[in-house]
Write a protein that binds this ligand. Structure first.
Ligand SMILES: *[C@@H]1O[C@H](CO)[C@@H](O)[C@H](O)[C@H]1NC(C)=O
Ligand SMILES: *[C@@H]1O[C@H](CO)[C@@H](O)[C@H](O)[C@H]1NC(C)=O
Ligand SMILES: *[C@@H]1O[C@H](CO)[C@@H](O)[C@H](O)[C@H]1NC(C)=O
Ligand SMILES: *[C@@H]1O[C@H](CO)[C@@H](O)[C@H](O)[C@H]1NC(C)=O
Ligand SMILES: *[C@@H]1O[C@H](CO)[C@@H](O)[C@H](O)[C@H]1NC(C)=O
Ligand SMILES: *[C@@H]1O[C@H](CO)[C@@H](O)[C@H](O)[C@H]1NC(C)=O
Ligand SMILES: *[C@@H]1O[C@H](CO)[C@@H](O)[C@H](O)[C@H]1NC(C)=O
Length: 583
C-alpha cells in the first residue's frame, strides 16, 4: 500500500503532558488524588459552622495528623497555644525570622482575648508581660521564644504522622464529637473560647469515606477497583503521566492558613501492598523544586485565569537551618501570609510581604480573616511550584504533599497516584525541547518507531504492511500502541488473517490531517484510514481513543504520550490496541 521515506525536514518534538491541571478544592490541587480523597462529600454534605457557599466539599481540606510535634508521639490531642506538646519536644532548628509565617504573635490588647488568657490562667498582667518578652525575643531572632515553637514547622519534617496520605478528620477518634476540638475536654474548652480546634465541626452527614479513614486506605481501594474493572487485563496508566527527569507542576490550596511549609514526595505504589508505605519511603524520594519562584493562580468560575503572579519562594534546608528532615532536602515556606493579628479575628495586614503574592493574605474560611483581594478569589486559587521528577523512574508512584503547620500541632498530607514514564521506554528520543530547531534532519515515523525500544511490535507491523510511496506525500496522525499494548491484545490478534490485522493497523492512522493533542476533542469522532471512526473519550483528566471493537475485546486505549512529531505528521502513544467494529 504505502511506503515510508526518510526524506523529510522537521525535527521531532515531544511534549509529553496530556493532562491539564484541574483546579479542585483539595489541599493537594495537582496532581489530583482519587475522587474519594478529593470529594469525600460528593458535593452533598454540609459541615456545621464551616458552611461557605464557595466551598462545595469542605472536608477535602481535612486529610491530616492532628496532635503531633517534633520529638513527640502523635496522639490526636490538642494543646493550648503556647504550651509544650510533650516533654521531649525538640528545640527549633529554624534560624531566622523570615522562615516563620507568623513572626508576629502578640499585639497590645491581645491579652484581653480569652485564648491568650487561657495560657496565663486569666492573669492579664502576667500574660502581657510574658507575651511582650517572647515577642521581643523572636524579633531579635530567638525563634524558640515563639508561642508556637513546639509545633511541626519549627523542625521541618520531624513530627510523626499516622499516615503519609493523611487521616480524614486528623485522627481515628472513637467519639464523633472529638472531631470538633479533640478528645477529653477539647470540646468544652473550644466552646468556651479557650481550646484549639481539630476540624471545628462535627464530621458531615453522608460522608463517604467516613471521618477516621486513612488516606492510604483510599489509595488501596482505588488500586483494587481499577484491577477489578480491568477484569484481568493489565490496567491503564493513571490519568497523570509524568516523564522521568522532566519538570512538572505541583499545586496546593489552603482553607485555614496556619502557616509553615511544605514539600512534595514520592513512594512507589508497590510499597502500598507490603506495608512499607510510610514516611521512610516518602522521605527517601523528595521532589526537588525546579525553580526559585512560585506562582499564585486564581481562576473564574469557567476556569479562565484571572490572577497570575510569580513571586520569590522562601526555601528552607540544611544550609539555612540547624537541620531539616530528610537531611539534604528542601522545604518551602507557604506562599500565602497569615493575617498579622492572630487573636482578634480582624485582618489588618499580612504577616510578611516578601515571598508572597502582593495583596493576597489570610485564611479563607471566614471573611474577617482575609484581605479583600483574597476574598475576591475565594476558593478558586492555588499556589503552583515547579518540581523535578527524579531520573530513572518507571511505573506507578504516589505523590504525597506534606504541610508542616506552624500555629498548630498538626501536619497535613494528601496524595495522588501518577504514572511515571522513563524516556528510555518512550517513543522518540525523549527530547522535549525545540531548542535545536536548526538541526535540519527530521525523522520519519519508521525511524522513530523502530529506533525506540518499547515499540518493536508496531515497528514489525509497519514493515509488514507494504506501504507505497504515497505515504510520505500525505500528512498523517498516528496512534501508536506500545509493546505492552500488543502483548495484551496478542490472543485476539494471533488467529486473524493478514488482511484483518492490516485493517486494524490502518485503524490507527488518520490520513490528510495533523491532529495535535489540542485538536483531540472529548466525545468527538475521527475518521480513520480504514474508513471506520474512532472516538476520543475523556474521563477525569485522562484521554482515551476508542474503537467500536474495544468494548467487545479490551478496555479503551489511553493516550499516554502526545505530540511526537515526525516528518509528515504527528503521533500519540496509546496503551492498548484500537479495534474497529468486527463483523
Ligand atoms: C478564667 O475566667 C473565666 C471567666 O471568668 C472562668 O470561667 C475560667 O474558669 C477562668 N480560667 C482559669 C484557668 O482560671
Ligand atoms: C530565647 O528564648 C527562650 C524562651 O523564652 C529563653 O529561654 C532563652 O533564654 C532565649 N535565648 C536567648 C539566647 O536569649
Ligand atoms: C516492598 O515493596 C517494594 C516495592 O516493590 C520493595 O522495594 C521493598 O523491598 C519491599 N519491602 C519489603 C519489606 O518487602
Ligand atoms: C502565568 O504566567 C506565566 C508567565 O507569564 C505563564 O507562563 C503561564 O502560562 C501563566 N499561567 C496561567 C495559568 O495563565
Ligand atoms: C547547600 O549549599 C551547598 C553549597 O552552596 C549546595 O551545594 C547544596 O546544594 C545546598 N543544599 C541544599 C539542600 O540546597
Ligand atoms: C475590626 O476592625 C475594624 C476597623 O478597625 C473595627 O471597626 C471592628 O470593630 C474590628 N472588629 C473586631 C471584631 O475587632
Ligand atoms: C502474513 O504475513 C506474513 C509476514 O509478511 C507472511 O509470512 C505470511 O505468509 C502471511 N500469511 C498469509 C496467510 O498470507
Amino acid at each position: 500500500m504505502m511506503k515510508f521515506s526518510n526524506a523529510c525536514l522537521l525535527r521531532i518534538t515531544i511534549t509529553s503532558s496530556v493532562v491539564l491541571s484541574v483546579l479542585g478544592h483539595g489541599r493537594l490541587v495537582y496532581p489530583e488524588g482519587p475522587e474519594r480523597m478529593t470529594t469525600p462529600c460528593h458535593g452533598e454534605c454540609v459541615v456545621g459552622n464551616l458552611v461557605d457557599s464557595n466551598v462545595v466539599d469542605p472536608y477535602n481540606f481535612n486529610w491530616f495528623t492532628s496532635g503531633t510535634a517534633p520529638g513527640c508521639t502523635a496522639n490526636g490531642q490538642n494543646t493550648p497555644i503556647g504550651g509544650k506538646f510533650c516533654e521531649e519536644v525538640m528545640q527549633p532548628t529554624l534560624k531566622s525570622l523570615d522562615q516563620l509565617s507568623n513572626p508576629t504573635f502578640y499585639r497590645d490588647g491581645d491579652c484581653e482575648n480569652s485564648i491568650a488568657m487561657y495560657l496565663y490562667k486569666n492573669d492579664t498582667k502576667e500574660c502581657a508581660k510574658d507575651m511582650q518578652y517572647r515577642q521581643t525575643e523572636v524579633y531579635k531572632g530567638n525563634i524558640s521564644a515563639s508561642i508556637y515553637a513546639s509545633n511541626p514547622w519549627f523542625v521541618p519534617g520531624t513530627a510523626p504522622l499516622v499516615d503519609s496520605c493523611g487521616v480524614l478528620g486528623g485522627w481515628k477518634y472513637s467519639n464523633a464529637r472529638d472531631y470538633i476540638a479533640g478528645p477529653g475536654d477539647g470540646f468544652y474548652l473550644e466552646s468556651h473560647g479557650e481550646g484549639g480546634v481539630v476540624n471545628g465541626a462535627m464530621p458531615p452527614k453522608n460522608m463517604d469515606p467516613p471521618a477516621g479513614t486513612l488516606g492510604s486506605t483510599v489509595l488501596s481501594w482505588e488500586v483494587n477497583m481499577r484491577m477489578q474493572n480491568a477484569q484481568g487485563d493489565s490496567v491503564a496508566a493513571y490519568p497523570t503521566v509524568w516523564t522521568s527527569g522532566e519538570t512538572v507542576e505541583g499545586s496546593y490550596s489552603l482553607y485555614a492558613n496556619h502557616g509553615g511549609g511544605h514539600q512534595y514526595r514520592l513512594c512507589p505504589l508497590d510499597n502500598l501492598i507490603n506495608n512499607t508505605f510510610d514516611e521512610t519511603c516518602f522521605q527517601a524520594m523528595v521532589m526537588e523544586f525546579a525553580s526559585d519562584n512560585s506562582l499564585f493562580i486564581a481562576t473564574s468560575d469557567d476556569g479562565t485565569t484571572t490572577v497570575n503572579i510569580t513571586f520569590d519562594a522562601m526555601d528552607i534546608n540544611d544550609n539555612n537551618t540547624d537541620g531539616v528532615m530528610p537531611k539534604g532536602s528542601t522545604w518551602r515556606k507557604l506562599g500565602i501570609p497569615p493575617c498579622i493579628n492572630a487573636f482578634t479575628g480582624n485582618c489588618t495586614g499580612p504577616q510578611f510581604t516578601d515571598h508572597a503574592p502582593p495583596g493576597y493574605y489570610g485564611s479563607y474560611f471566614d471573611v474577617a480573616v482575609k484581605s479583600p483581594d483574597f476574598e475576591a478569589v475565594t476558593n478558586r486559587w492555588k499556589v503552583v511550584d515547579e518540581l523535578k521528577v527524579p531520573e530513572g523512574l518507571n511505573g506507578d508512584y504516589v505523590v504525597s504533599w506534606r504541610w508542616d503547620s506552624e500555629q498548630t500541632p498538626q501536619v497535613w498530607t494528601q496524595c495522588a497516584i501518577v504514572t511515571i514514564v522513563d524516556p528510555e521506554n518512550m517513543l522518540g528520543d525523549g527530547d522535549s525541547g525545540d531548542n535545536d530547531k536548526d538541526n535540519d534532519k527530521c525523522e520519519s515515523l519508521n525511524d522513530i518507531v523502530c529506533g525506540s525500544q518499547d515499540f518493536i511490535l508496531f515497528c514489525d507491523a509497519l514493515k509488514a504492511a507494504k506501504l507505497d510511496s504515497s505515504f510520505d506525500k500525505e500528512t498523517w496522525t498516528f496512534f501508536i500502541p506500545n509493546d505492552d499494548a500488543f502483548e495484551k491484545a496478542g490472543e485476539i490478534l494471533e488467529p486473524l488473517s493478514n488482511d484483518t490485522v492490516n485493517n486494524i493497523l490502518m485503524f490507527h492512522a488518520v490520513p490528510g490531517k495533523i491532529l495535535n493533542s489540542d485538536d483531540l476533542k472529548c466525545g468527538e469522532k475521527i475518521e480513520m484510514f480504514n474508513g471506520d471512526s474512532s472516538r476520543t473519550k475523556c474521563i477525569n483528566s485522562a484521554m482515551y481513543q476508542n474503537g467500536a471493537g474495544n468494548t467487545q475485546f479490551l478496555s479503551s486505549p489511553q493516550i499516554i504520550q502526545t505530540d511526537i512529531k515526525f516528518c509528515n505528521g504527528v503521533a500519540h502513544v496509546v496503551d492498548g490496541v484500537m479495534f474497529p467494529k468486527f463483523s
